[in-house]
Design a protein around this ligand. Structure first.
Ligand code: 5GP
Length: 209
């Protein structure tokens, strides 16, 4: 039986480059890592595809999913709902595949409560001004939304210490490499290797004095 995959939560301010870093990780480890597709009530941005970027749903449908316990966690973020589908994530972890959740801080905290061995990583841009530059530069939001997202970043910054790891995203490949190192180290934790430990202990029994 495959070891259970890791649940890796990656959060970071809007504009921290999470999406690009996650893409790099998936390209580096296509067989070992997968990204959960969230459900949201926000409208698709140009170029976003149903079932790829998100599952785009109405508020009513989202609330039905909450009632029917189809989400592991959900949160409201700048006046929209976002949530993580439960069945897919559980299945992938059972197959031994590491699952990445790219979610905001409230969701991350809920995941930690439900899955205490989840690995929580916070991604930061090199500085606050750089954050604004990236957010304005990507040109996908209007000025009011940019302001709301920067204001939200101030609140989110209060919670950084609740994460297990903090990684600065100054260069995509380096940043992705650091996250891959974290995943490798997590897999080597004694608590995740009980089968191996048990086997060794059994094998050693014959030498007992
Ligand atoms: P965006 O609208 O820019 O795609 O996402 C806004 C925020 O929602 C980002 O911080 C993103 O990581 C977060 N987010 C995306 N999916 C989920 C989810 O399933 N659950 C939670 N809690 N946050 C999510």
């Amino acid at each position: 039986m495959a070891d259970r995959g890791l649940l890796i939560v990656i959060s970071g301010f809007a504009g921290s480059g999470k999406g690009t870093v996650v893409k790099q990780i998936l390209a580096d480890r296509p067989d070992r890592c997968s990204l959960s597709t969230s459900v949201t009530t926000r409208l698709p941005r140009p170029g976003e595809e149903e079932g790829v970027s998100y599952f785009f749903r109405t508020k009513e449908e989202f609330e039905r999913m909450i009632r029917d316990d189809e989400l592991i966690e959900y949160a409201r973020y700048v006046s929209n709902y976002y949530g993580t589908p439960k069945a897919w994530v559980e299945q992938k972890m059972k197959e031994g595949v590491d699952v990445i959740l790219e979610i905001e801080i409230q969701g991350a905290m809920n995941i930690k409560k439900m899955y205490p061995d989840a690995v929580l990583i916070f991604l930061m841009p090199p500085g606050a001004d750089e954050l604004k530059k990236r957010l304005v530069g990507r040109g996908t939001e209007d000025a009011a939304t940019v302001r709301a997202r920067l204001a939200r970043a101030c609140e989110e910054a209060e919670g950084i210490e609740k994460y297990d790891y903090l990684v600065v995203n100054d260069e995509v490949e380096t940043c992705a490499g650091k996250i891959e190192m974290i995943a490798d180290a997590e897999r080597l934790k004694t608590g995740r290797q009980d089968q191996l430990i048990r086997r060794m202990r059994q094998g050693l029994e014959k030498f007992r004095a």
